[in-house]
Design a protein around this ligand. Sequence first.
Ligand code: HPA
Length: 248
Amino acid sequence: MSELSALIGGTGIYALDDTELKKETITTPYGDVTVERTNDLIFLNRHAPNHIVPPHKINYRANIKALHMMGVKRICATFAVGSINPDFELAVPVILNDFIDYSSGREHSFFDEIKSGVGHVDVSVPFCPILSKTLETEANKLGLKIRNGGVYASTNGPRFETPAEIKAYRAMGADVVGMTLCPELPLALELGMSYAGLAFSINWGAGMTPSIELIHDGVDAIKEKMLRTMINTLYSTKNIDCTPATIL
Ligand code: HPA
């Protein structure tokens, strides 16, 4: 891989299966971040080791700044989500192509001080089309059933949603719901990185079943293939230019 790439692991994906990994701590203006790395691939555990940081407390700016300071140009990220579209089967990973941000109270921009300059990132194409298409190709090669395209409703958590909220998000065009895409993705775009997202539905949204029921059966094998799909994607796009979002 000529450019440094990163894989951000969400709930359930906590490590790369690679003995060459070395721990590294990066000091950013927003705090320290510990990642694991090989020569050309960084692994960042979004919730920190042992899943100790809940979605609304994640230091998104430190995480993304650390990757940027290391020279990362492209990111593949995973998310555990709830499915709110009856057509989106549980346990079938979804390559995200759009999002709606319902989060609040999070440090969500690098452009929030006059001295860093006023900037507005164009999110007309939020997810990198090249990385996203390659995720589909690599999943097919591994025989991993995958869905290409889905809209992520990004909530604040840590509570799950009410049935009325799920109905509202669905009516507004969302397919899956999760707590961590925002502000991670917009922050990465602000710093000029290309980003693809793979969501994994582990339950139906609130109100679609009598209570939230998380699935467990067969999940590990799928997660394993998701991880491999993302690693292969980052390697097989190493010589292709991914165009980052424009800052206006
Ligand atoms: N809602 C929000 N976040 C989630 C869910 C959900 O139903 N499942 C997994 N992460």
